[in-house]
Design a protein around this ligand. Structure first.
Ligand code: MLT
Length: 411
């Protein structure tokens, strides 16, 4: 008997980025037990769930203790009560009509964006913006859709679209043909956005090339700038060429509670090897029905509460609190002469390291000399080299304190 491993896992470089950072931070803390670390690395929230969410969560848990109201397996696609509120609140105000069957509630956008690639054959060429949220790349590498890693930090057979200060963080259309394009806007990690016209370029490209866009809108709730789309479906023609992912993690503090959803419009078709059209929505439905049993009932009731008047007001306060932190970070870093991006329509601030210090070295400087945990830009891809990401998700007090410490650094 021999059990053969999925050798594509051997192509994956290092640990998952945030696991690697956690490992380094833990080691540092062990060696420096008195160090008072301020965590601005992984985008994890610090504010507790808002009151109306907690109330709905409690009520639903009580229902589970009542024989008349108890619920067992729910619909794999999510309960209609939540789906209807999603459509009514997240899309209708933008002029976007969706059917219930086009919205799939899940346990978060990380899982959805990682799993969605299963629907596509191995020979598809994927394109990612660079730097990029590592889940898109790693999940495709695991599935064998890439070649080997190269010495300079890329993977063969994946098309990288550099987004740097030089091109104002706007990716250029690929020169080679690609099939599946991952776009995340507001962007993780750079915190930058695309305007409607800039996103339209991608929708038009997908139409022209029969490509598909996997659009991650996990950070849309942070948008305040006019003309920055909250959903890709605000762009004409997007329903035929795009799937959209949303998350309650950052919108409503659900990083530990787990809930999100994805939208797979009925208009999206891909091809089989005979060249025939295959509708994507039933495939995702089939995948979810087979491999997922739905987010839990109390969690979906908790998520629904953010669409009440009270819930909307409460989560807005939290989002504004984090945006205020983002402003503090931006202003402080700019004041000490750093080149700073993002942090306006996003909880992420992306800045260039001074004197071209490489990302991991500067990560160590921040950790060791300021006791601030950051994320090195290079961890998100080769074009992230020379940059650092900070998150605005810590408390206001700690954010201010972190900026004071960074100001004192000598570099
Ligand atoms: C991040 O820090 O990039 C995110 O928190 C990771 C995630 O959402 O999985």
């Amino acid at each position: 008997m021999v059990v053969n491993v999925n050798e594509y896992y051997e192509n994956i470089q290092n640990n998952y980025l945030f696991v690697e950072i956690a490992r380094r931070v833990e080691k540092y803390q062990e060696e420096n037990p008195d160090a008072d670390l301020i965590k601005m690395g992984i985008g994890d929230v610090t504010k507790p769930l808002v009151k109306s969410v907690i109330k709905a969560f409690h009520n639903a848990v009580d229902e589970m203790a009542d024989a008349d109201k108890f619920r067992g397996y729910g619909p794999e696609q999510g309960y209609d009560f939540l789906i209807e509120d999603v459509i009514e609140n997240d899309f209708k105000p933008l002029g976007i009509e969706l059917k219930n069957s086009e919205v799939f509630i899940s346990d978060g956008a990380k899982c959805d964006t990682g799993n969605f690639q299963e629907l596509f054959s191995q020979d598809n060429i994927i394109a990612v913006t660079d730097p990029v949220y590592p889940v898109y790349v790693d999940s495709n590498v695991m599935a064998g859709r890439s070649g080997k890693p190269t010495d300079d930090g890329f993977y063969e057979n994946i098309v990288y679209l550099p987004c740097t200060a030089e091109n104002n963080f706007v990716p250029e259309l690929p020169k080679e043909d690609v099939d599946i394009i991952y776009l995340c806007y507001p962007n993780n990690p750079t915190g930058t956005t695309l305007t409607k016209d800039q996103l339209k370029v991608w929708v038009d490209y997908a139409h022209e090339k029969n490509a598909l866009i996997l659009f991650d809108a996990a950070y849309e709730a942070f948008i305040s700038t006019e003309n920055v789309p909250h959903s890709i479906y605000e762009i004409e023609g997007a329903k035929e060429v795009a799937v959209e992912f949303r998350s309650y993690s950052k919108t409503a503090g659900f990083t530990g509670t787990r809930c999100g959803y994805c939208v797979v419009p009925e208009e999206v078709y891909v091809k089989n090897s005979k060249g025939e059209d295959v509708q994507l929505n039933p495939l995702w439905n089939r995948r979810q029905s087979t491999k997922f049993n739905g987010a839990s009932y109390p969690v979906q009731r908790a998520a629904q509460a953010i669409y009440t008047d009270e819930g909307k007001k409460e989560i807005r306060e939290n989002l504004d609190y984090y945006l205020e932190n983002a402003k503090v970070i931006r202003d402080s870093l700019e004041k000490i002469g750093l080149e700073v991006y993002g942090g306006v329509d996003s909880p992420y601030i992306w800045f260039k390291t001074p004197d071209d210090i490489d990302s991991w070295t500067f990560f160590d400087i921040l950790l060791d000399q300021a006791n601030v945990v950051s994320t090195p830009g290079a961890g998100f891809g080769p074009s992230g080299e020379g940059y650092i990401r900070l998150t605005a998700f810590n408390t206001y007090e700690k954010t201010v304190e972190a900026m004071e410490r960074i100001k004192e650094l000598k570099f």
